[in-house]
Design a protein. Structure first.
Length: 254
């Protein structure tokens, strides 16, 4: 993926990793459109970062995705990069069905159906662009589970396999599929995560992501060094130790 001269839509990017990527891409000479549910956050982003366009979108709502896609393509017909950023994380106790079912459905709707709807809304257009990219966002937890977040773990494993499958189907087209695999990062994904010593500082994570994109433009997965402990546990043969260490170290794993 080239890092300049693109037109990039990043829904679910009014804060955290998504917003940091949006700002970084804009600074590198890309046209960037940020999407989110809350109009006030979008207005603030537009004010604080002149030149970044915004569109209101709720990726949990199929009609909202379709409407936002029409708006984005009408304003930016040269769009060639989609970053399917939307995601939520919930602590759940699956020993008590009354406490987790609603949460699990919300996580799957946002984290799995959201990216599917986004890709469905843009994939035909992207195939008409000479150099296009779909960026999916999985997690290190797609490869090693955090005990406290079963639905999130499963949703990100689904995104990983979806990315692998799409790459096969889109081979021979102009569309590349790149999977971003974050570790725990200091964002508001879970309460307390922004100040967690276990999580990677946001600026450090985004800086390493851009370095990898610059030095490995043909990479299929963007893996910062810190996520490789989770990503390759099974391949190394120490998967059980990885899971034990992860759940002992992370405060949400207790």
């Amino acid at each position: 993926m080239n890092l300049t001269g693109n037109t990039v839509f990043i829904p679910g990017s009014t804060s955290g990793i998504g917003l940091a990527l949006a700002v970084g891409l804009h600074e590198r000479g890309n046209t960037v459109i940020v999407g989110g549910r809350r109009a006030e956050l979008l207005e603030r982003i537009a004010e604080e970062h002149p030149g970044i366009d915004t569109v209101q979108i709720d990726t949990a709502d199929a009609e909202s995705v379709a409407s936002a896609a029409r708006e984005v393509l009408a304003r930016h017909p040269d769009l060639n990069v989609l970053v399917a950023m939307a995601g939520i994380m919930r602590v759940e106790d699956w020993r008590k069905p009354e406490t987790f079912l609603a949460s699990a459905e919300e996580v799957v709707t946002t984290n799995v159906l959201g990216p599917i709807r986004l890709i469905g809304a843009f994939v035909e257009h992207l195939q008409g662009r000479p150099d296009a990219t779909i960026v999916t966002v999985s997690s290190g937890l797609a490869f090693a589970p955090l005990r406290a977040t079963p639905s999130y773990n499963a949703s990100k494993a689904a995104i990983h396999m979806l990315s692998e499958s799409l790459r096969l189907q889109l081979a021979g087209t102009s569309v590349k599929v790149v999977e971003l695999v974050p570790p725990s990062v200091r964002t508001a994904l879970l309460p307390g995560q922004e100040s967690s010593d276990f999580a990677m500082p946001l600026d450090e994570f985004v800086g390493e992501v851009f370095e990898l994109l610059e030095t490995q433009p043909e990479a299929k997965e963007i893996q910062v060094e810190r996520v490789k402990f989770l990503r390759y546990g099974e391949a190394r043969g120490d998967y059980d130790q990885v899971v034990q260490t992860l759940n002992a170290a992370d405060p949400h794993g207790k």
